[in-house]
Ligand binder design. Structure first.
Ligand code: NAG
Ligand code: NAG
Ligand code: NAG
Ligand code: NAG
Length: 319
């Protein structure tokens, strides 16, 4: 993310300052990706499915064990799930039949959710629905709450062989603790940590973003012994920020997660990619971010390895 981008987006979210905010942001906020993309492999737009990755996704997601969020840590199923076995259907609050169900009128009507994850669809809707408006007159996603989205239980995902979240295992207790404290599903928190730093607490971003959650230095006040990388402090601060963001977006989790990558209502393809040919190519918004987050990470799938998306606009920046 772009914690700084997101912070600034918050400040400028009334709309009339977008242009100046973007100009400001393009000065040097590093849109870092823990794993470099390979431009030569992926066209900027257009789907580039790879069968091996499809298989990988289905391997993880073939069973109907999607769960409604949020999930308390105490709900963690027994840690011995065979990857393929059908699992008991837990009580769901929002989703039914393993996919999201929300009102979605107008231009964003076709949710396009699929039980299985593909490069461009998944239980939380197709990328074209999640990104509704980006390719035309600006991002204007449906109203989706935390309770509406389909998520996996983090402890269950961690128990799988070759878990996409393996690097996060040492921090499960912390994710659970702040999940409870802020009412954010555990896997959402860990998804940010994977997307931002691959759960590596010593990660420092290009603009000085700190630690696992890549928080901006201005948020480090009160860190224990001044150590902003401290996992407990770092996760708490990141979750606190996200909870505030969710609130300021009226509970719309699509807007809130997008904002973590600097997206805002009205974002267009042109504005998201404007930095592409500048000296700060990584200042672009990753236009696959929301899809990668909800249909990849939140389903226990490594969204980067699975090459999830269709824009891959950040790939042109190299590593
Ligand atoms: C990028 O893709 C090209 C073409 O497939 C390949 O030759 C090259 O090794 C890849 N680079 C990286 C860093 O993966
Ligand atoms: C989802 O994946 C499972 C496991 O690979 C497969 O058996 C099933 O047919 C798929 N369902 C759909 C609707 O594609
Ligand atoms: C998954 O759920 C769908 C819809 O409820 C059902 O048709 C399908 O048979 C289920 N698949 C498995 C593997 O349980
Ligand atoms: C960046 O340059 C490429 C290649 O010249 C071009 O196709 C693309 O449209 C440019 N992007 C922007 C945002 O100007």
């Amino acid at each position: 993310m772009h914690f700084l981008r997101a912070v600034l987006a918050t400040f400028f979210s009334t709309g009339f300052l977008f242009t100046s905010a973007d100009a400001f942001l393009s000065l040097g906020v590093w849109n870092r990706n823990p794993r470099p993309y390979n431009l030569s492999l992926v066209p900027r737009s257009g789907i580039s499915p790879r069968s091996s990755h499809h298989k990988q996704c289905r391997l993880v997601l073939g069973s109907n064990n999607s769960q409604g969020a949020p999930q308390g840590p105490s709900q963690g199923p027994s840690p011995s799930q065979p990857t393929h076995a059908p699992q008991p259907q837990p009580t769901q609050t929002g989703p039914s039949n393993g996919v999201i169900h929300v009102a979605s009128p107008g231009a964003c009507a076709g949710i396009g959710a699929t039980i299985n994850v593909t490069t461009t669809t998944g239980p939380n809707g197709a990328i074209d629905w999640l990104n509704c408006g980006v390719d035309s007159d600006g991002w204007n996603p449906a109203y989706v709450t935390v309770d509406d989205i389909v998520t996996k239980d983090l402890a269950t995902v961690l128990a799988q062989d070759n878990s996409a979240f393996a690097p996060c295992a040492p921090y499960l207790d912390l994710f659970n603790k702040y999940s409870k404290q802020y009412g954010i599903p555990t896997i959402l928190i860990a998804s940010f940590a994977m997307q931002e730093s691959t759960c590596n607490p010593s990660t420092i971003g290009g603009a000085g973003e700190q630690g696992m959650m890549q928080i901006t230095p201005d948020k480090c006040t009160g860190a224990p012994k001044g150590n902003c990388l401290d996992p407990d402090f770092n996760i708490r601060t990141g979750v606190h920020y996200f909870a505030d963001t969710l609130k300021s977006n009226g509970g719309n989790v699509l807007l809130a997660v997008g904002q973590y990558n600097g997206w805002y209502q009205g974002l267009t393809y042109a504005s998201a990619t404007a930095a592409q040919n500048t000296s700060c190519c990584h200042c672009q918004n990753n236009l696959d971010y929301v899809h990668q987050f909800f249909n990849g990470w939140c389903q226990g799938v490594n969204a980067f390895d699975a090459h999830m998306g269709k824009y891959f606009n950040v790939n042109v920046c190299g590593s």
